[in-house]
Ligand binder design. Structure first.
Ligand code: PMP
Length: 365
């Protein structure tokens, strides 16, 4: 059997290490996972109730178009239903956009250290990824606009950027969008949108009226705490969403995901609380990094990327032995680790473990 040539050397996505695996491997009772930017407070109890109420309908296929959820979200965002598409996580929306728009030889522009799923899917389609170096952990929008050619179909702006956590401001984004030709799609990945507290953060939905080539991605996996259910969405002009819908599988989001997302959307009090606690967590962790003399990128999501001044993998392994899972392995920033902002207790445990690990590593150096 002969596979597509472009998938042969494709790396398999490496997720954060699962808690159960680490417990078993290292014989630990307590393990704290701060590796996948999950919500430490779980999800709204209203979402759990909605799932329980739906359990009698497991033998029925879901509504593939997620009509009720689409209507609720359209009303909340003040846009048309036809401007929304739901997916099995925003991961799937990325794959669908690429499946619908990229052909072999097309070019797609992204940062050199950003969410890996853009490049993986572009590789699968035989498209060429042009990776533009971040500057101080931030998208270099001017360089990205300059890299546009006749072949450029899609530009990815991850905002806040995973893994660095930096944002581009509305004025920076507007200058960039003024440069980009209307035939090139700009995808703004806003997976961490609800966490951002900086007033300079773009109001992207409003910008869509002025820039019809803009597509926005958001998700229920992060602040809504529904990562297990796999539900995210894309927002764009009706014509673009209709094109993406043509390559969507018929039942790509499940019944439980749809009802949970509906209920979660209604509980904005839960979201406000998570947002406040996350901001407090960032303040605490950044203050502790300052005390430890560590530099970090300004955090805008629910994670912080810090320079541990040692190979990230080494610090990761030492933290793992103390029952804390973080994320190392960033090609552009080998001496950094990314840590998810946890609960107050988890953040304290992380800082305590990190301080010990750095002391131990310094003592043996
Ligand atoms: N975009 C970014 C920037 C992310 O960090 C993630 C999750 N790691 C996703 C998209 C995909 O999230 P999901 O598929 O769970 O919606």
């Amino acid at each position: 059997m002969k596979p597509k040539a472009q998938i042969v050397n494709l790396p398999v996505y490496q997720p954060g290490k699962p808690i159960e695996e680490v417990k078993k491997e290292l014989g630990l009772d307590v393990v704290i996972k701060l590796a996948s930017n999950e919500n430490p407070y779980g999800c709204s109890p209203q979402a759990t109730e909605a799932i329980t109420a739906e359990l009698g309908a497991l033998s029925l296929y879901p509504d593939g178009s997620a009509a009720e959820l689409t209507a609720a979200l359209a009303e909340k965002l003040g846009i048309e239903r036809s401007q929304i598409i739901f997916g099995c996580g925003s991961d799937e929306i990325i794959a669908l956009i690429i499946r619908a728009f990229l052909e072999p030889g097309d070019e797609t522009i992204m940062a050199d250290q950003t969410f890996s799923v853009y490049k993986t899917n572009a590789d699968i389609e035989g498209a060429v990824s042009i990776e533009i170096p971040l500057v101080d952990g931030k998208h270099d929008l001017q360089a990205m606009a300059k890299a546009v050619t006749d072949k450029t179909k899609i530009i990815w702006v991850c905002n806040p950027n995973n893994p660095t956590g930096t944002i581009v401001s509305e004025s920076e984004l507007v200058s960039f969008l003024d440069e980009v030709p209307a035939r090139t799609m700009v995808v703004l990945d806003e997976a961490y949108y609800e966490y951002v507290t900086d007033a300079a953060y773009p109001d992207s939905i409003k910008l869509m009226e002025r820039y019809p080539n803009l597509v926005i991605l958001r998700t229920f996996s992060k602040i809504y705490g529904l990562a297990a259910l796999r539900i995210g969405y894309g927002i764009g002009q009706q014509e673009v969403i209709s094109l993406i819908n043509r390559v969507r599988e018929p039942f790509n989001t499940g019944r439980l995901a749809q009802v949970a997302a509906m209920a979660a959307l209604k509980d904005q009090e839960f979201i406000a609380t998570c947002r406040r606690l996350n901001a407090e967590g960032i303040t605490y962790i950044q203050r502790e990094f300052d005390r430890l003399g560590l530099s970090y990128f300004p955090a805008n999501g629910n994670f912080i990327m810090v320079d541990v001044k040692k190979p990230g993998a080494e610090v990761f392994n030492s933290l793992l032995r103390k029952g804390i899972i973080v994320r190392p392995g960033f090609a552009v920033y080998p001496n950094y680790i990314r840590v998810t902002v946890g609960s107050e207790e988890q953040n304290k445990a992380f800082i305590g473990a990190l301080e010990q690990v750095l002391n131990e590593l310094n003592a043996t150096a």
